[in-house]
Design a protein around this ligand. Structure first.
Ligand code: AMP
Length: 139
């Protein structure tokens, strides 16, 4: 398996080298808005500890990360009055992974409303910020 690259874009977000619209952080993980959301309120949860994906992750890091995923899932459901929440996680390019730092997609879903394409259209920053504020208010 390819080694973890500390220069991936999410590692840079963790180090504050590039901006992100954060909604939550603790000692284990951070959560921020996906810039190409598949639905309004699409959040990414990433552990602070680097791994390429679930295949090389420390099990304790996974345990701590999933608790944050649950926290964000509950918050996005409330913030967007969603009918459900989609949680997705890809491992290696064949599965659809494009950024090689372990991350979980957390996306509010409404009955009958299809998801936009994965890594599709860049969202306006003000919209991301407004959606982040809704999620923070629900946390
Ligand atoms: P994946 O295919 O699971 O690796 O998806 C990576 C996700 O990261 C996609 O949904 C992208 O829209 C998202 N993404 C890429 N660059 C950034 C960034 N700088 N800030 C926030 N989200 C990003």
């Amino acid at each position: 398996m390819t080694a973890y690259d500390t220069d991936n874009i999410f590692a840079k977000i963790l180090r504050g080298e590039i901006p992100s619209t954060r909604v939550y952080e603790d000692e284990h993980a951070i959560a921020f808005m996906d810039v190409m959301p598949q639905a309004p309120g699409h959040v990414l949860v990433i552990p602070r500890q680097g791994s390429r994906n679930i295949l090389d992750a420390d099990p304790v890091v996974l345990q701590n990360a999933i608790v944050v995923v649950q926290k964000i899932a509950v918050a996005v459901k409330e913030a967007f009055d969603a009918d459900g929440v989609y949680v997705a996680q890809f491992n290696e390019p064949a599965s659809g992974q494009t950024v090689f730092h372990l991350h979980f997609h957390v996306i509010p879903r409404h009955e009958g409303v299809p998801l936009k394409p994965h890594s599709g259209t860049m969202e306006n920053f003000d919209v991301l910020k407004a959606n982040a504020e809704k999620i923070k208010a629900a946390l």
